[in-house]
Write a protein that binds this ligand. Structure first.
Ligand SMILES: Nc1ncnc2c1ncn2[C@@H]1O[C@H](COP(=O)(O)OP(=O)(O)O)[C@@H](O)[C@H]1O
Ligand SMILES: [Mg+2]
Length: 236
C-alpha cells in the first residue's frame, strides 16, 4: 500500500485541491484509493459528500492516521492520499512518518516557499522522499515558465529541494470541478487542467515505483544516496 501525504505549513498552498484531484485521478485509473481527511476543516469530506458514487472513500482522521492506515492495509487499498492541516500538529508528523512520498504544494511566492522548508525538515528527519509541486502558477507562455516560477525553482534548487518539472496552473477549472464534486479529468479529460493533473499523477506514480524498488533491493552496504524524491525531481 502506498501512502501519499500532501503537506505544507502554509494555508492555501493547494493541499486539499491537489489531494482531491489526484485521488480522483488515481481512482479513475483503476487503483483502489482511500482518502484520509486529517484537516478539521473537512474540505475533502465536503467534496466527497457531493460525489455521486461516493468513491474514493474519505475517512476523517479525528483520532490520528495510524489506526486508519492499519485498517486500510487490511482492506487492500493500493493508494492512500492524506490531506493535512496547515500546521505541524502531531497528525501531520504521523502522516509524514507513514508516507511513501510526501508532496509539498507551493505557490510560487515568498511565503509558500519559506513554509516548504519546515515540511522538508520533517520529511528528512523521518527519512521520507519528498518533492515540491508548483501550484496555482501563472500560465506558461511559449513553452516557458513564468518569471515567478523560474525564480521559485532556482530558490528551491539552491536549497537542494526536488521540484516536479511540471506545474499546476492557476485555473478556475480546478476550483469549479471540486465545487461540482468532481475532478478536472472527470469534467473534461481533454482540458489543460486534466492534462496537468494526469501529468502530476504519472510523475508521482513513477516516484512511488522508484521508492518501492529501492526498498526492495538487498542492502548494498552503503546508505541510499540522497533523500528527496529523485524520480519526481525534474521528472516529465
Ligand atoms: N491550481 C489552482 N487553480 C485555481 N485555484 C486554486 C488552485 N489551487 C488552489 N486553488 C484555490 O486556492 C484556495 C486554497 O486551496 P486549498 O487547496 O484549499 O489549499 P490548502 O488545502 O493548502 O489550504 C482554494 O480556494 C482553491 O480553490
Ligand atoms: Mg486544505
Amino acid at each position: 500500500m502506498n501512502v501519499i501525504t500532501l503537506a505544507s505549513r502554509k494555508g492555501g498552498a493547494g493541499k486539499s485541491t491537489l489531494t482531491a484531484h489526484l485521488a480522483a485521478t488515481a481512482h479513475l485509473a483503476g487503483h483502489r484509493c482511500l482518502l484520509i481527511d486529517a484537516d478539521p476543516q473537512g474540505s475533502l469530506t465536503l467534496w466527497q459528500s457531493l460525489r455521486r458514487d461516493g468513491k474514493p472513500v474519505v475517512k476523517s482522521a479525528a483520532r490520528g492516521v495510524d489506526g486508519l492506515l492499519a485498517v486500510a492495509m487490511l482492506e487492500g487499498y493500493d493508494y492512500v492520499f492524506i490531506d493535512t492541516p496547515p500546521t505541524m500538529w502531531v497528525v501531520v508528523s504521523e502522516a509524514i512518518r507513514a508516507s511513501t512520498l510526501v508532496v509539498i504544494p507551493a505557490r510560487p511566492g515568498l511565503f509558500d516557499l519559506h513554509a516548504v522548508r519546515e515540511t522538508v525538515k520533517t520529511a528528512q528527519e523521518r527519512d521520507k522522499p519528498y518533492a515540491v509541486v508548483m501550484n496555482a502558477a501563472p500560465a506558461r507562455r511559449d513553452d516557458r515558465d513564468s518569471p515567478v516560477v523560474v525564480h521559485a525553482r532556482s530558490h528551491l534548487d539552491k536549497l537542494g529541494i526536488p521540484v516536479w518539472s511540471g506545474q499546476i496552473t492557476q485555473r478556475a477549472g480546478f476550483a469549479l470541478s471540486l465545487a461540482a464534486g468532481a475532478s478536472a479529468p472527470e469534467i473534461d479529460p481533454s482540458s489543460a487542467a486534466a492534462a496537468e493533473i494526469v501529468g502530476l499523477w504519472r510523475a508521482i506514480s513513477r516516484s512511488v515505483e522508484a521508492v518501492n524498488a529501492a526498498r526492495a533491493r538487498p542492502p548494498a552496504g552503503v546508505p541510499l544516496a540522497g533523500r528527496g524524491a529523485p524520480a519526481a525531481s525534474r521528472a516529465a
